[in-house]
Write a protein that binds this ligand. Structure first.
Ligand SMILES: [Zn+2]
Length: 696
C-alpha cells in the first residue's frame, strides 16, 4: 500500500478543502434533492423553468447551509482533532443526508411503489454508511494512519457524488432524454458532467497513487458518457427495425382537447379555430358525437379503451384505470408501434394507471416543481407568478413536436392531450380578449372559491360577468388551436401528415349556466356531452360529415378496426364507426348511446334513443327526465311523465346495458377497483383544478 502525502501548507489546504467541500456538497446535495423530486414527479422537470429555477435555489440553499455549518462546526471539530479535509467530508455528508431527508420522508408518507421504495432505501443506506465512515474517520482510532484516512476520505467524498450519478442515470433511463426539450437535455448533460468531474476529482485528488481508484474513475466516465450520448438525437442514422405491417400507416396520432364544447368549435357560435378546421376538412367528421362521461377521468378512460364507464368504473377521484383493460396504446404497441402520451391533467396521472401501454408517458402536473427544497421555496417566493411557470399548452406542444421530429423515421402512435380550455382560464396575453369595463371577473375567476360560491348561489354574477367567462373560455380555445397548428405543421413539414391516421376529440364540454350550472361533471346535458369527433384517414381517403349520433366510446374500436388489429374476444362496449363512411364495410349502428360517471351531485346515467329521446336517471333519487331533442334541443322540458312508453323502452335498454357491462367486467376479470392513495400534493392539485372534497 502506498501512503498519501500530507505535505500541503495548512492554510492553503484548509481553504482548498473548504472550497472543494462547498462545491461538492452543494452540487451533490442539490442534484440529489432534485433527483429525488424527479423520481417523484419526473414530468415536472422536463421544462426549463421547472428545472433551472429550483436547481439554482436548491444549490443556493445548500451552499448557504454549508457556509453556516462550516462557521459553526470548524472550531469544535478541530478541538477534537479533525483535519479540514475531514470536516469538509463530514459537512458534505451531512448536507447530502439533509438533501435526501425531506423527499424521503415526503414520499414514504404515502404508499410507495416497491421499486422507488428500494431506490430510497438504498440511498438512505448509502448516505448513512457514508456518515458512519465520516464519523469513524474523525475518531481517534484512525488518527496517525494517513493512508487509511485519505482512501476513506476519497471514498466518502465520492460516495454521495456516485449516488447522485446513479440517480440521474436511472432517471435518464426511465425518461429517455431524446423526448425532452433542448434546455432540459443540456441541463441534465451538464449535471452529469459536473457530478462526474466532481467524483473523479475527489478520487484522484485524494488518492492519486492508488490505481484502483483510476479504474473506478474510468467506470464513472462510462456511466457519465452513456446517458449523455443517449440524450442527443440520433434519428436517421439507425432507426430500430419496425414490426408494423406495410399496409398500416406509419404514424397514428390522437389529439384530444380537454373541455372542448362542440358548439364553440363548430357551427354559428363557434370560435375561429383554423387548425382544427383544416384537420376536420381532411377528415370524416361526426357532427353528433357525445362523450361517454362528463368529466375527464371516466371519459378519457373510455376514449382510450372503448369500454363504457360502467365497465372500467374509473368514475371517482381516488380510483384508477384497472390493469385488466387494454388501452389503445397497448393495441398499438402490440402491432409494433412506438407509443407516446404527452399532455396535462392530474386525473390522467400515472398513479391512476393511464400510462398503460405507453413507452413514454409525459403528463406533468401543472405548476409542480416536485419536493426539492428549491421547488418549495420557489412556490413560496413567487405564488403570484405561479401561472407563468405552469407547464403550458405551448410546453406540451413543444414536447410533442420535439418527439415527432426525433422519431420521424419510426412507426409511432402519439397521443397529445391539451388541457387548456379547462378552468382556470388564463389565456396568454396574445390570445386574451380585450379588457372590458362592465366586469372585473378576470381578477377572481381563477380562484376556485369564487367559483364554488357562485355554484352555491352565495355570489351572483351579472350577465356581463358571465359573458366574460365565456370570452375567456373562447380565448383558451384559440390558444389550444394555435398549438394544434404547431403539431399539424410539424407533421406536414416532415411529410408525415398525409399518410397519417389522425383522430381528434375531446373528453367533455362545459356548462355556462344553460341549466343553472357552470363547469362540468354535474350533469349530462348536451353542453357537457357533445364534443368533436373526427378521423383523418391516410391520404384523406374519405372526407365526409356524418350526422348519426355516436359515442366517443367508439374511438378506440374505430382505430383498432381501421388498422386491422386483433381485438380481444369480448370486444368493446361500442362498435367501430367505419361502416358509416366506408361502403365496403357493413354499418353497425349502436342500439342506443349511453353516458354516465357524473362526479358532482350524485350519479346520473343517460340513454339516447334513436338520436331523439334523451333519458336521464339519477341513481340516488330515482328521478327520471326525458327530453325530445328534435323539439327541445335545449333540454328544457322533461316529458318523462307524458311519454312513459319511451321511458319504459329506455329502462329496458339501460337494464340490458348494465347486464352486458357486468358481463364484460367478468370477461375482463376486473374485480376490485384499484383505489389510489392520493398524496397530499395530488389532492392539492386536484383541488386546484376544482375537484374539491371527495376522497373516495
Ligand atoms: Zn376534462
Amino acid at each position: 500500500m502506498t501512503t498519501a502525502p500530507e505535505s500541503q501548507s495548512q492554510g492553503g489546504s484548509q481553504l482548498g478543502n473548504f472550497a472543494a467541500g462547498l462545491l461538492a456538497s452543494s452540487l451533490c446535495a442539490a442534484f440529489l434533492n432534485l433527483g429525488m423530486s424527479a423520481f417523484d414527479h419526473p414530468g415536472a422537470f422536463r421544462f426549463f423553468p421547472a428545472l433551472f429555477l429550483p436547481l439554482a435555489l436548491t444549490l443556493g440553499i445548500f451552499a448557504g447551509a454549508y457556509l453556516l455549518l462550516w462557521g459553526v462546526a470548524t472550531l469544535p471539530l478541530r478541538r477534537l482533532g479533525a483535519s479540514s479535509a475531514s470536516i469538509a467530508v463530514a459537512l458534505g455528508t451531512f448536507s447530502s443526508l439533509l438533501a435526501l431527508l425531506w423527499p424521503v420522508v415526503a414520499v414514504l408518507r404515502r404508499e410507495v411503489a416497491w421499486k422507488s421504495g428500494l431506490v430510497l432505501l438504498a440511498l438512505v443506506a448509502l448516505t448513512l454508511l457514508t456518515a458512519s465512515l465520516a464519523a469513524l474517520l474523525l475518531s481517534d482510532r484512525w488518527r496517525g494512519r494517513p493512508w487509511v484516512r485519505s482512501r476513506a476520505a476519497a471514498l466518502i467524498l465520492a460516495a454521495p457524488l456516485g449516488a447522485a450519478l446513479a440517480l440521474l442515470l436511472a432517471w435518464c433511463l426511465a425518461y429517455p432524454l431524446s423526448a425532452s426539450n433542448a434546455a432540459a437535455r443540456l441541463l441534465v448533460s451538464g449535471a452529469f458532467a459536473l457530478i462526474g468531474a466532481g467524483t473523479i476529482s475527489a478520487l484522484l485528488m485524494l488518492s492519486a497513487r492508488l490505481p484502483v481508484l483510476r479504474i473506478l474513475a474510468g467506470l464513472f466516465l462510462l456511466v457519465i458518457a452513456s446517458p449523455v450520448l443517449e440524450g442527443f438525437p440520433n434519428h436517421g442514422a439507425n432507426p430500430p427495425p419496425s414490426s408494423v405491417e406495410d399496409d398500416r400507416p406509419q404514424i397514428v396520432v390522437l389529439i384530444t382537447v380537454d373541455t372542448l364544447r362542440l358548439d364553440f368549435v363548430e357551427g354559428e357560435r363557434a370560435e375561429p379555430t383554423p387548425a382544427v378546421d383544416s384537420l376536420l376538412a381532411d377528415s370524416v367528421v361526426f357532427e353528433n358525437a357525445r362523450s361517454a362521461a362528463p368529466w375527464t377521468k371516466p371519459s378519457v378512460a373510455t376514449l382510450l379503451t372503448g369500454l363504457s364507464p360502467l365497465v372500467h368504473r374509473a368514475n371517482s377521484i381516488g380510483v384508477g384505470l384497472p390493469e385488466e383493460v387494454k388501452t389503445v396504446a397497448e393495441y398499438m404497441r402490440g402491432a409494433g408501434y412506438h407509443t407516446v402520451g404527452i399532455g396535462l391533467n392530474e386525473h390522467l396521472d400515472p398513479s391512476f394507471n393511464f400510462h398503460q401501454g405507453f413507452e413514454l408517458y409525459q403528463f406533468p402536473a401543472r405548476g409542480d416543481y416536485g419536493l426539492s427544497f428549491g421547488s418549495m421555496l420557489l412556490s413560496r417566493l413567487r405564488p403570484n407568478r405561479y401561472p407563468d411557470l405552469f407547464v403550458s399548452t405551448e410546453g406540451i406542444a413543444d414536447v410533442a413536436v420535439d418527439w415527432v421530429r426525433s422519431n420521424r423515421d419510426k412507426h409511432f402512435f402519439l397521443w397529445m392531450h391539451i388541457l387548456d380550455p379547462h378552468w382556470p382560464y388564463w389565456p396568454p396575453p396574445a390570445f386574451a380578449p380585450p379588457t372590458r369595463e362592465d366586469t372585473s371577473i378576470d381578477d377572481f375567476w381563477g380562484d376556485w372559491e369564487t367559483v364554488t360560491n357562485v355554484q352555491a348561489g352565495n355570489l351572483k354574477l351579472s350577465d356581463g360577468d358571465k359573458n366574460r367567462v365565456r370570452e375567456l373560455y373562447r380565448a383558451e380555445i384559440r390558444y389550444a388551436d394555435s398549438n394544434i397548428r404547431r403539431l399539424l405543421d410539424a407533421l406536414k413539414e416532415l411529410d408525415l401528415y398525409d399518410g397519417a391516421l389522425i383522430a381528434f376529440s375531446s373528453d367533455h364540454g362545459e356548462e355556462f349556466w344553460e341549466h343553472g350550472h357552470y363547469e362540468h361533471g354535474h350533469s349530462l346535458f348536451d353542453e357537457v356531452l357533445r364534443v368533436p369527433l373526427a378521423f383523418k384517414l391516410p391520404g384523406s381517403r374519405f372526407k365526409t360529415r356524418i350526422g348519426a349520433p355516436v359515442s366517443t366510446e367508439s374511438l378506440t374500436p374505430t382505430l383498432v378496426d381501421l388498422l386491422g388489429l386483433e381485438t380481444q374476444a369480448h370486444g368493446f362496449s361500442s362498435p367501430s364507426l367505419q361502416g358509416y363512411w366506408n361502403p365496403e364495410v357493413d354499418p353497425d349502428p349502436p342500439e342506443a348511446l349511453f353516458a354516465n360517471g357524473t362526479y358532482h351531485y350524485g350519479e346520473k346515467i343517460m340513454v339516447l334513443l334513436r338520436g331523439r329521446w334523451k333519458y336521464v336517471v339519477e341513481a340516488d333519487t330515482g328521478r327520471r327526465d326525458l327530453y325530445d331533442l328534435l323539439d327541445d334541443p335545449g333540454e328544457l322540458q322533461s316529458l318523462a311523465s307524458s311519454r312513459q312508453e319511451v321511458v319504459a323502452e329506455a329502462d329496458t335498454l339501460l337494464a340490458k346495458r348494465i347486464a352486458s357491462s357486468d358481463g364484460l367486467r367478468r370477461a375482463l376479470r376486473i374485480e376490485d377497483l384499484p383505489t389510489v392513495q392520493l398524496s397530499e400534493k395530488l389532492r392539492a392539485r386536484l383541488r386546484a383544478l376544482g375537484y374539491a372534497g371527495s376522497d373516495q
